[in-house]
Write a protein that binds this ligand. Structure first.
Ligand code: SF4
Length: 274
């Protein structure tokens, strides 16, 4: 039986995340960041306009003369990094899930810490009863299929999401978490709402990927909503195009309050929160 010898040779391949990082999370495009030194010394307004026009999804804009990048729109094409490498950086960081849509815009504007604390507290109270075993209902509301590949990967031996007590379910009646991908096509608006209504309380909604957050490259096209935020009340936003399995894992753990405190050095809205 070759799989026995192969298993013995490979040893344990399952990631230790979130207990500790491992090499798996360093090998892909995770997020684009704005170079902080250039924020303190912004480009001229004409330059900023050409920077913004380089982005196919209008993820970059100028705000008070400073570049702002909306990760909820970013499809990680890398064009801005190629053209303006001094201003943008493409990195593998995947712990970018947030509790508010506005927090996907980087660098972040000064936030009301009170509002964020209230939001985190409310979510923690709501999911307290879910901590031991979570069932997730996934709804594809008009995705291109890439998000589904990454979600399917969560059950393979590398990510093995069941080790964390997280399981996928086929019925919303058994679901605690609604994981939504896709732009929210007009045809899927009603089925998505009915799925949400069929779930018992407490329930949490995760919008996964740039399409679910903003419509991504399909925003303002015929027959789509620009994301699913207007269809169901989203609690956690996971950026990416598609969101990587680690990004999805981070969003799920954030949603159910299971991220360890090691993320506490991250910005408040990215923390996994107790
Ligand atoms: S990497 Fe993101 S922000 Fe940059 S050009 Fe592509 S979509 Fe726009």
């Amino acid at each position: 039986m070759p799989w026995i010898t192969r298993g013995l040779k490979d040893g344990i391949v399952t990631t230790r995340y979130p207990k500790r990082p491992d090499g798996y999370d360093r090998t892909w495009r995770g997020s684009v960041s704005v170079n902080q030194s250039r924020v303190d010394e912004p480009p001229a307004s004409g330059d900023l306009e050409s920077v913004a026009s380089s982005c196919p999804t209008e993820a970059i804009r100028s705000e008070n003369g400073l570049p702002r990048l909306d990760r909820g729109r970013c499809i990680l094409c890398g064009r801005c990094v190629e053209l303006y490498s001094d201003l943008f950086t493409l990195g593998p960081d995947f712990e970018n899930s947030v509790l508010r849509r506005e927090s996907l815009v980087v660098p972040q504007a000064a936030e009301s810490e009170h509002a964020l604390t209230d939001l985190r507290g409310e979510l923690h109270r709501r999911v307290r009863a879910l901590r031991r075993s979570i069932h997730v209902r996934h709804v594809d509301a008009g995705s291109d299929g890439s998000d589904e590949w990454e979600i399917a990967a969560l059950t393979n031996p590398i990510y093995d999401i069941q080790r964390l007590g997280i399981f996928f379910t086929a019925t919303p009646r058994h679901a605690d978490v609604l994981l939504v991908t896709g732009v929210g096509t007009l045809g899927m608006a009603d089925p998505l709402r009915r799925t949400y209504e069929a779930m018992p309380y407490p329930k949490v909604v995760i919008a996964a990927g740039a399409e679910a957050a903003s419509g991504g490259i399909f925003a303002r096209c015929y027959g789509v909503n620009d994301g699913v935020g207007e269809l169901v009340p989203v609690d956690v936003w996971v950026p990416g195009s598609p969101a990587s399995p680690f990004g999805l894992l981070h969003g799920l753990l954030l949603a159910i309050g299971l991220l360890p405190r090691r993320s506490a050095s991250r910005p408040p809205e990215d923390e996994a929160r107790q």
